[in-house]
Design a protein around this ligand. Sequence first.
Ligand code: FE
Ligand code: CA
Length: 562
Amino acid sequence: MTSAQTSMTPGHGVRPTQNVRSAELATAAARLSRTGLDRRRLLTGAGAAAALAFTMNLPAAGTASAAELDARRIADDPFTLGVASGDPLPGSVLIWTRLAPRPYEPGGGLPADRVQVAWELAHDEGFRRVARRGSVTAHAEFAHSVRADVQGLDPGRAYYYRFRTGSWTSPTGRTRTAPAAGTRNSSLTLAAVSCQAYHDGYFTALRHLAAEDVDVVLHLGDYLYEYAVTATGGARAYTDRRLPAHYNRETLTLEDYRLRYGLYKSDPDLRAAHAAHPFVVTWDDHEAENNYAGDIPENDVTPEEFLLRRAAAYRAYWENQPLRTPQRPTGPDMRLYRRLTFGRLAQFDILDTRQYRSDQAYGDGWRTPGPESEDPARTITGAAQERWLTDGWRASDATWNVVPQQVTFAQRRDVPTAAYKFSMDAWDGYPASRQRVLAGAESAGVENLMVLTGDVHVAYAFDLKKDFDDPASRTVGTEIVTTSVSSGKDGAERPANWQNQTRANPHMKHYDGRRGYTVVTLTEKQARADFRTVPAVTTPGAPVSTAASFVTEAGNPGLTPA
Ligand code: FE
Ligand code: CA
C-alpha cells in the first residue's frame, strides 16, 4: 500500500472473483470439521500444522513415495527461475534454485516425481577451482525447489555457484560469505530494496542493482503482490507476449502463490540481481495479503480461513527464497526474524512486523491517534520477538546495529497542523511497541542504531528522536526508507504531500517519490546512504542516478547531506 500517499479504507469490499475462491477455502475448512478436527485447534501450533498439512495435501519431502525422474528426460531448460543465494555466515552460504521448465504452468512443467540436482561452488567464475560440490533432491511437494547450505567456506570471500540436472546447467551465481566473527573489517556495503509490483512496471532498478559492488542485498518485503496481473502485464503493456489468464486474479491457494513466484522469478532483471549478490529477505504484507495483521485478514473472512491462505503464502515464500531450515514454515507459522553479523562492524536484526502484530487500530488507514492506537498492550513485533531483539542488542559488540524491517519506524505526521493523522499500519499505529524498542536500545547501550525500511513506495531519511514531538530532543538513531522497485509506477520527485510531510516532521531529512533502491556503506567512522533513482519503470531501460546522499557519524547519530 502506498501509505505515504493514500488513505486506506477499512473493510474493503470483497471482489467477486475472490468470493468464489474464498468459498473454495471455506469448503476446505468445512472438510476439516468433518474429519473431526476441532476448528479451534486450527489456531494452535501443532493442531494447525497437522490440519493444514491434511487440508492442503502437503506431505513433507521424503515421506512421499514419488518415483525419481530420469533427469535426461527433461526436454526444456528447467532453470528458468535463475539462481539465488542468501543469509551469508562466515563459513557458509545458502544457495537456491527451483526447477520449472514452464514456470507459468501449474507444476512448473514437471511431473510429481523427485529429481536429483548437482551443485558446485568455486573460487572462480570458470569453475576451475571448485571449493565444494554436492547433490540434493528436488521434491514436487516443495515445487521442485533446490537448496544447499554450503559449509566449510572461507569467511569474507566471493564464490561462484551453479546447478546441474540431466543435460542442463543453470546460470552462474556470485555470492559472498560474511567476515569472521570478531573481525575488524573495514567496510560493508549493502543495498536495500522493497516493493516490486510486477504489474506496475519493469524491475529496471534491480538490473542496475546487479551491476553495483555490494556485499549483500536486503529485501525488505512486498517481494510480490497478490493482485491480479492482466495478460499484457499491467503497466508493462507487453506487445510481444500474453500472460496466462490464471494470473488475472488475486492469489489465494498454494498453486496461485507458486505460479506468482514463477512469474516474478522469471523476470530477467530480478534474476540478474539474485545472480549477482546474496540476498537477506524478509516479507511484508503482500507476500500473503495487503495489510494483514497476524491472523486478521484485510477482508471479511474468518481467522481460520485466513490462516489457510497464510499457510499457502508462507509455504510458497519458503520454496522460492534462499532461506535456511530454521525458516521452514510449519502450517501458518514461519520463523523469519533472525540475526546475522558481519565481523565487529555490523549486526543485522531482521524483523517480521507482520506475523505477530495486533490488529491495526481504528480500522487501519490514516487516523487520528488516540486511546486505541496508544494502548500499551498492543504490539507490532509480538512479545517474544521484542525480547529477542533487545537481548540481542545487549549481547552485541557491533559498531552498527542495523534493523532491516518493513514499515516506517519514525513518527510521520501527514500535515503540519494540530489535525494531523498517523498511518495505523506503520509503527505510528503501535507507539508503545516503538517506545519499548527504543528504551531497549538505550538500556542495551546501542550507540549506532540504523533502521532500514520499505513498504511506502517513497524514499525517506529520518533522524530517530528520543521524543518525536520535541525537535530539540536527543537523536537516538537514524532510519533509511528505501523506495519501491516498481510499485506505484513511475512516481514523482515531489509527491503532492511532499511539502506537508516535510513541514510536519522536522526529523524528516529527505523525501523523494521516485523508484529505485538504496546503497548503504558502513565503516567504523560513519554510515553513508546513497539513494539511487530511475526516472521511469513503465518503459524498460531507464538509466540510474543518485538522487541524494547522507552520512551519519559513528557515536554522533543524525543525518547530514554528504
Ligand atoms: Fe508495497
Ligand atoms: Ca507493504
